[in-house]
Write a new protein. Structure first.
Length: 378
């Protein structure tokens, strides 16, 4: 419609109800009215939970801010009830608003899919898509005749939350690898070939075992070693390698849960301000978030100290990080520096980034090892 078309910058959009009105306008006999700016009425999505409502989980909340600041993917692993879903739903509240070009893209995709709310002609908030793990490959990736956007495209410019990640169809999980690299999805069918945008921010969650309680210290795990091993193998190394932040979400002590929300707890608004400052730095430096930096730009713009470079080198040797994982750790370190207002990536920023890249951080949750201690306030 004309109101939707008026979202494009630098274009004079006029609306006509009939071809005769267009002819009259071109001949100067009449003037077509300019299209009104689109209304946002009804376009606002459900508000995100405030970060201050998350009790404890200081490390996970820090990782959430890092993910928001740099556009990084995030994997949360922990037992049921630890707060993984609540943390994931807080992420949209930390992200900057849609830019004009992003708003056009989201409006176009959601408008074609019939997902804009009645009376709304423009998307206003970043999408948050949370498909069930039983979703089909076509529902996740797109397809059909005529072709329809899947969840990866409906989450474009927003967040794709995959709860119970190991339970998703393996075809979906393997296809995500290419989509996360290319930031688009290519659909090839007998009657058509098309390409749809899919530049989303992935947040995934998983349990440490099929029953969910292994290592929790709360309940006894009912899974045998074979079941835990099979569950872990559902997440391939190449897929985990493409997720920048791996975070263990530990159970929170009851006394912390029962306490009222502290006035000192950081709110989503406060965290969003820090994220916005970091995003502004990245926009001025490279015109894009750190997660989207290509390798050449990363090497040129990372600005690492000698100590940070040496630390990364030792981590590659001792942890067996792949070249891809090392580059992703460097991107995360750059984001940690931006979030803390540091111009260079020092050893502290690199150490934090590497703590998210430890290949044993998530895999250890699937092994029969020492139970995870409950988090207690300092």
């Amino acid at each position: 419609c004309a109101a939707e078309a008026s979202l494009a910058d630098g274009v004079d959009v006029r609306a006509a109800s009939a071809l005769g009105a267009v002819v009259a306008h071109l001949l100067g006999a009449a003037t077509l009215p300019r299209a009104c700016a689109p209304s946002d009425d009804g376009a606002e999505g459900a508000p995100s939970p405030c970060l201050s409502t998350v009790r404890g989980q200081a490390a996970a909340k820090r990782a959430l801010a890092v993910a928001a600041a740099g556009g990084h993917g995030l994997l949360l692993c922990g037992p049921p009830g630890a707060g993984k879903t609540l943390l994931a739903r807080c992420l949209p509240g930390l992200l900057p608003p849609l830019s004009p070009s992003e708003r056009v893209d989201v409006t176009r995709i959601h408008g074609a899919a019939g997902l804009l709310r009645p009376g709304a002609v423009a998307a206003r908030t970043r999408p948050f898509r949370a498909p069930h793990h039983t979703a089909s490959p076509a529902g996740m990736l797109g397809g059909g005749n005529p072709p329809r956007a899947g969840e990866v495209s409906l989450a474009h410019c927003g967040v794709l939350f995959l709860d119970e990640l190991p339970e998703f169809d393996r075809r979906v999980l393997e296809a995500l690898r290419e989509v996360m690299e290319e930031r688009r999805i290519r659909l090839a069918r007998a009657r058509y070939r098309c390409e749809l945008p899919a530049d989303f921010q992935l947040v995934a969650a998983c349990n440490p075992c099929p029953c969910g309680w292994h290592g929790s210290g709360q309940r006894d795990c009912r899974c045998d070693d074979g079941a835990i091993a099979r569950y872990a193998r559902r997440l391939s190394g190449p897929l985990l390698d493409r997720i920048d932040l791996h975070v263990r979400v530990r159970p929170v002590a009851w006394r912390d849960l029962a306490a009222s929300c502290s006035d000192e707890a950081e709110t989503s608004g406060e965290a969003r301000e820090r994220v916005a400052r970091a995003r502004d730095v990245q926009e001025r430096r490279a015109g894009r978030p750190n997660a989207a930096l290509d390798d050449a730009s990363l090497e040129r713009l990372a600005q690492t100290t000698d100590e940070a470079r040496a630390l990364l080198g030792r981590a590659v040797e001792r942890l067996g990080l792949s070249a891809r994982a090392a580059r992703r750790a460097l991107r995360v370190a750059r984001t940690c520096g931006d979030l803390d207002g540091r111009e260079v990536v020092d050893a502290a920023a690199m150490a934090e980034a590497l703590s998210y890249r430890d290949p044993g951080a998530i895999e250890a949750a699937f092994e029969r090892a020492t139970p995870m201690p409950r988090e207690r306030p300092p």
